[in-house]
Write a protein that binds this ligand. Structure first.
Ligand SMILES: *Cc1c(COP(=O)(O)O)cnc(C)c1O
Length: 454
């Protein structure tokens, strides 16, 4: 059969509250044109993030009932730990309430003034935690990774030559080399197994820790299976194990490829570093056998981790994005190609060539999509990354709009509706105006800043 169906039936449904266009125009104005400030009841299709927004399976709900809330030594923790170690054979698994808590602990240990941390592309919370510690975050993705039209199969790859030069130049200031799979901020693009291994080798040659930000490890593994020579006949779990076998540590948001509504972890091989991390954990998150989670969360994740590596699920998951990207390309809308793992990315800078990057063309597209179709997306561009540590402003590498798909939540008719909204937007694109930021905090401003239409 050619049609790839959602490989599940629906057992429990949530109604969507319908809104009118006039209502939405008022609501987004009242939200200061920041989509994060909207009430989710006022959103028809919520593609703000794929983080923690997925549907849990009936087995996960059953696992929730199994959850044991003992403060110390809960069996839920041991089931969680075993499920993680089955995929990622690290020595110490340290549970946190989200990925950013793992990052915060990691950079409390490895960051600090004068330190420099390279990555293919740091995600916003990773960069935020590094900069908050006083360290610097450098992005060294391959050149194709910032070219929205390049069809390179692994656009998330680390630029190995630049990494080597970076380590030769900054040597002692670099405590670790990071690699984000898939590369979220760079369009959800995958990293090849070959590149993961080569990055690890370079890091180790220079005596640095190699740390994977593994938020979308399963999607990345499916890309490896389908795109990397010699990987086509392998099991997803074996590919996943190979990816992490060369790493010294990992950070994880279980709200992504953990099928969780909350959760994360920091995994480490080094005993001394693990002791230090657990000390931070107890102070900021909780006791080492629950971290920032409840026993119920731990059990839901233990089950989720067995489901996320299912090939039928991953095939359907990646097909959703490719389906929408194909339709948008036919409409002549500039999108990042090939389709990313968890999201569709619109190249707003190319689409709104009449809007200066410093007037946030991505924000203009995101607001218009909401007004037209009630679709909530997320600007990933100059509004998110443009503010420099010294307070000045600079265009980001790209101005993208991300439509991130919650896992197992929307169906094909939702996808067709999204395409229709884009078709309507295409008709008025030349009339869209830019935005200016009128109020912002010093770090990660996009979550709370206020915009005004120009
Ligand atoms: C979501 C995400 C994080 C942070 O995780 P949270 O659970 O949202 O705190 C870090 N890195 C990447 C690549 C992410 O996608």
């Amino acid at each position: 059969m050619k049609t790839i169906i959602e490989p599940f039936r629906i057992k429990s449904v949530e109604p969507i509250r319908m809104t009118t266009r006039a209502e939405r125009e008022r609501l987004i104005r009242e939200a200061d044109f920041n989509l994060f400030s909207l009430a989710s009841d006022d959103v028809l299709i919520d593609l703000l993030t794929d983080s923690g927004t997925g549907a849990m399976s009936s087995e996960q709900w059953a696992a929730i009932m199994r959850g044991d809330e003992s403060y110390a030594g809960s069996p839920s923790f041991y089931r969680f730990e075993a499920a993680v170690k089955n995929l990622m054979p690290f020595k110490h698994i340290i549970p946190t309430h989200q990925g950013r808590a793992a990052e915060s602990i990691l950079f409390a240990m490895l960051g600090g003034a004068g330190q420099i941390i390279p990555n293919n592309t740091h995600f916003d919370t990773t960069r935020g935690n590094i900069e908050a510690s006083g360290a610097r975050a450098d992005d060294l993705v391959i050149a194709e990774g910032t070219d929205p039209t390049s069809l390179h199969p692994f656009k998330g790859n680390m630029d190995l030559e630049r990494l080597t030069a970076h380590l030769e130049e900054h040597g002692d200031a670099v405590p670790c080399v990071m690699l984000t799979i898939t590369n979220n901020a760079g369009g959800g693009q995958p990293v090849s197994l070959e590149n993961i291994r080569a990055t690890a080798e370079i890091a180790h040659k220079f005596g640095k820790l190699f740390i994977i930000d593994g938020c979308r490890f399963a999607e990345n593994a499916f890309f490896i299976k389908t795109r990397e020579p010699g990987q086509g006949n392998r099991e997803i779990v074996d590919i996943v194990r190979d990816c992490f076998a060369v790493a010294d540590a990992m950070t994880m948001s279980a709200k992504k490829d953990g099928f969780g509504n909350i959760g994360g972890w920091l995994a480490i091989n080094d005993d001394d570093l693990a002791v230090e991390a657990r000390t931070h954990l107890i102070r900021t998150e909780g006791f080492p056998t629950y971290g920032g989670m409840s026993g119920r969360d731990l059990d839901a994740l233990a089950q989720g981790l067995t489901e996320i590596v299912d090939e039928d699920y991953l095939r359907y998951r990646l097909r959703t994005n490719a389906y929408i990207v194909e339709k948008l390309v036919k409409l002549g809308i500039p999108v990042v190609q090939p389709a990313g793992g968890h999201a569709v990315f619109i190249d707003a800078r190319a689409w709104l060539s009449h809007v200066d990057p410093l007037a946030y063309p991505g924000q203009a597209v995101a607001v218009a999509l909401y007004e037209i179709g009630g679709i909530r997306s997320c600007e990933i561009g100059t509004a998110m990354f443009g503010r420099q540590p010294d307070g000045s402003e600079k265009p980001a590498a790209m101005d993208l709009v991300r439509l991130a798909f919650p896992r197992r939540t929307y169906t094909q008719s939702h996808a067709d509706y999204i395409v229709e909204a884009f078709e309507e937007l295409q008709g008025i694109i030349s009339t869209l105006k830019g935005y200016k930021i009128v109020e912002e905090p010093a770090l990660m401003r996009h979550f709370t800043c206020k915009f005004e239409k120009m």
